[in-house]
Design a protein around this ligand. Sequence first.
Ligand code: COA
Length: 559
Amino acid sequence: MHILLLASAFNSLTQRVQAELRDRGHSLAVQLVHEDGPVREAVRQERPDLVVAPYLKSAIPDDVWSVHTCLIVHPGPVGDRGPSSLDWAVHEGADNWGVTVLQANAEMDAGDVWASASCSLPPVGKSDLYRNEISDAAVEAVLLAVGRFASGTYTPTPQTPGAGCRPLFRQSLRRIDWQSDSTATVVRKLRAADSQPGVLDELLGGEWFLHGGHPEPRLGGRPGALVATRDGAICRATTDGAVWIPELRPRRAPGGPATFKLPATSALAGRLSAVPERPAPLHRTGHDDTWSEISYREEAGTGFLSFSFRGGAMSTEQCQRLLHAYRFACSRPTSVLVIGGGRDFFSNGIHLNVIEASADPGAESWANINAMDDLVEAVLTTTDRLVVSAMAGNAAAGGVMLALAADEVWCRAGAVLNPHYRLMGLYGSEYWTYTLPRRVGAAAADRLVQDALPVSSAAAHRLGLIDRVIACAPRSFDSEVGALASRLAALPATRSRINAKKAERDRADLAAFREAELIRMQRIFADPHHPYHGLRRAFVRKERPASGAAAQRSPLSRG
Ligand code: COA
């Protein structure tokens, strides 16, 4: 079928639905919807067999849904309605949730039900759930609905009678009362608002949206007080403990420019002098559950270097910290080293927000890309053990290339990869000109970077971009990877692979690849008129890029 996807943004779910439907032989067009106009025009132009809206915040015009079957993906179980489904679910501590595919009609989320799927809701942030458990359930329901529609014989069932629409989840409900809220309550409020819109709060004389939240098991203090910093996050005391808050966004002044998130310590720079830095141990040996961005553990002779950066973004400092930890991991007596996180994003490359906030974004882009390259180089030149990239979730641009530097790349089935830089106007670095063609061949590498389309893990596997797809629920990824890595470490062939790898790397002139890529990147960073700067500015502020730069991000794309 020819399917038109309507979306308010080309977000992770829209990308995954596009990639999964394309994998099943459908042709796809994606229309980004900012107002009514382009919907009618896109439908006229595309003449789709079916319209699917994986993520749509506005209503589909009557003259479109009354002529074409339009399926809306609603992130809630059958009977749930309203614009803040997941916020309510996390707020109420639901253990199980679901996704429903409804037919668009005149009333919000009230149309007939074409399919639904259920999922668990582990205690993590809302957008992490959205990219993982909800995304898995949404794809299951969309594929079922599309199959039913294609059969031509299926009659959708009416929505549960009397199902009421739950209201928008407002800031007044999110408010934290530091004098009376426990750690569990504060974490729940932060998670229901993560990553958007955050929880509006007051701190050190300013108004901020707090983003992200992790319980701290040992620290504490006067409720509301800042008691520590770590990995760019601040730790704030509750009535019975403390929570880590990784990012802050200043409240937008009336009529002022859009603001954006930054690591909390950067946002509060200069105001935190009396707050001690309390680093967590890198090498975790016992049951140490304090939060940190990076940690290392060993199991059965295999090393696991875990990292998890907000939004998958890696600043210069985060790259340097990870490189330091990587070197430590390489000093350990293991034959297999697994790098990656337990859930969600693997990496999305350089930290565009930190770059945007710096006094000289061109110079900071340069520092950040060099720090990424140093890290990738360390992985590429590791010749005394096998390195495995374990991708629990999505990755893009330099983040994909970081994964490709490893000897094996394992990916959770639900992950979506964007192995290209064009949408940010960049040529790219991270040794991609070495690793990408080596994996998929020159022609496919060219197509991937030029087409700039999201790729499902199954398609990535077919292309040779990754080595293994792990079909499991997000919560099982860590243990599946652990078992596979131990098996790999025990294989007699592993030793001979390590020897062969050393010989291959000795032959590759890695420095030449790095230099050629960086020459192109330096030109981009140094040219204030290059589209990269406008695209970055718009990306971090969640604005539409100005028309010149927007040519890189077409509102109607095909795949
Ligand atoms: N720097 C800073 N923040 C980043 C980021 C980056 N490189 N990549 C993603 N993020 C942030 C997003 O702003 C978003 O923030 P929010 O939660 O406050 O909305 C969050 O991470 C999740 O990203 P989002 O865009 O919502 O996820 P997605 O799954 O819908 O889309 C991408 C994923 C990767 C396609 C998109 O985030 C992207 O284009 N990122 C930039 C990649 C890039 O060009 N990197 C630089 C070159 S190496």
